[in-house]
Design a protein around this ligand. Structure first.
Ligand code: KIV
Length: 267
C-alpha cells in the first residue's frame, strides 16, 4: 500500500480503517523527496513558509507568487503523498470568482492536488465554489493564523460552551460544503475528539490532542530548525539547527587553518 498514490479520497478511506494519517509541511524539492521516502501521507506547503523560510513575523505578508514558487519545488520532489497548497491571506474571500481563480493557479501552474483554506462556516460559499471547480479543499478551523490580528495573538481556541458549539457547527458546515478533511489547530483534546466523532471526514490535528484521525506539524519545528516561538504541542525529534551550526563551524575552522581542502578533496 505504501507505493499507492495518496488522494483526497484515500485519506477518507484511512479514517474508515482507523489508520492514522501522517502529515508534515515542506517548502522545497529535496525535503519533499525525503518525506516521500519516509512514507508521508500528505504534504502541506503551508503559509508557515512566511516565518520558517522567508523570515516574516507572521503569515500575513505571504503572497500567491511565493506560495506558487515553493509549491512547484515541492511538487518536483513529490511522488506518493497528497500535495496540498495553502491559500495565503487575502487570496480567499474577496469573491468566489477570485478564490476559484487563485485555487486553480495552484493546480494548473504548480502541481498541487488540493488547497487548504482557513476559516469556519462563514467561508463556506467560497469553499463550495472551489470544490465545484474540481479542486479538493482541506478546511482549517480552531486557531487560524491568518486571523492573528482579530484574535489578538496565537491562543488555544474552543474554550467554553459557546466557542465549542461554534467550532462543532463550523466543522459540520464545512463538511456540508465539501471539504475532504479538516485541520484542527490548538483546541482542547476533548473538543477535537467530539469534532472527530461528529464528522465523516478525517480530522488532522495540530495541538489538538490524540483523538484526531491524523497529525500534522511544521517541519522546521520537529527538526529543531526554528528559533522563534515554540508552542507547547511542538515536539522536536532532532536538533538540526544546532547540528548545522556545528558542521559549518568545523568547516570554517578547517578553512581558516588551511586544513581543507586536503589531498582527498583536491584534483
Ligand atoms: O501554514 C501551515 O504550516 C499550517 C499548518 C496546519 C501547519 O497551516
Amino acid at each position: 500500500m505504501k507505493d499507492t498514490k495518496v488522494t483526497a479520497v484515500s485519506l477518507q478511506e484511512m479514517k474508515g480503517r482507523a489508520e492514522k494519517i501522517v502529515s508534515l509541511t515542506a517548502y522545497d524539492y529535496y525535503t519533499s523527496r525525503i518525506l516521500n521516502e519516509a512514507g508521508v501521507d500528505m504534504i502541506l506547503v503551508g503559509d508557515s513558509l512566511g516565518m520558517v523560510v522567508l523570515g516574516y513575523q507572521n503569515t500575513l505578508p505571504v503572497t500567491m507568487e511565493e506560495m506558487l514558487h515553493h509549491t512547484r519545488a515541492v511538487a518536483r520532489g513529490n511522488t506518493r503523498a497528497l500535495l496540498v497548497a495553502d491559500m495565503p491571506f487575502m487570496s480567499v474571500g474577496v469573491s468566489s470568482e477570485e478564490t476559484v481563480r487563485n485555487a486553480g493557479r495552484f493546480v494548473k501552474e504548480a502541481g498541487a492536488e488540493a488547497v487548504k483554506i482557513e476559516g469556519g462556516a462563514e467561508i463556506g460559499p467560497h469553499v463550495e465554489s472551489v470544490v465545484r471547480a474540481g479542486i479538493p479543499v482541506l478546511g482549517h478551523i480552531g486557531l487560524t493564523p491568518q486571523d492573528v490580528l482579530v484574535m489578538g495573538g496565537y491562543k488555544v481556541q474552543g474554550r467554553g460552551d459557546k466557542a465549542e458549539r461554534k467550532l462543532l457547527d463550523d466543522a459540520r458546515a464545512l463538511q456540508e460544503r465539501g471539504v475532504f478533511a479538516l485541520i484542527l489547530e490548538c483546541l482542547p483534546a476533548t473538543l477535537a475528539r467530539k469534532i472527530t466523532e461528529s464528522v465523516l471526514i478525517p480530522t488532522i490535528g495540530i495541538g489538538a490532542g490524540l483523538h484526531c484521525d491524523g497529525q500534522i506539524l511544521v517541519l522546521h519545528d520537529i527538526l529543531g530548525m526554528y528559533a522563534g516561538h515554540k508552542a507547547r504541542f511542538v515536539k522536536a525529534y532532532a536538533q538540526l539547527g544546532e547540528a548545522m551550526k556545528e558542521a559549518v563551524g568545523i568547516y570554517f575552522s578547517e578553512v581558516r587553518k588551511g586544513v581543507y581542502p586536503d589531498g582527498d578533496h583536491s584534483y
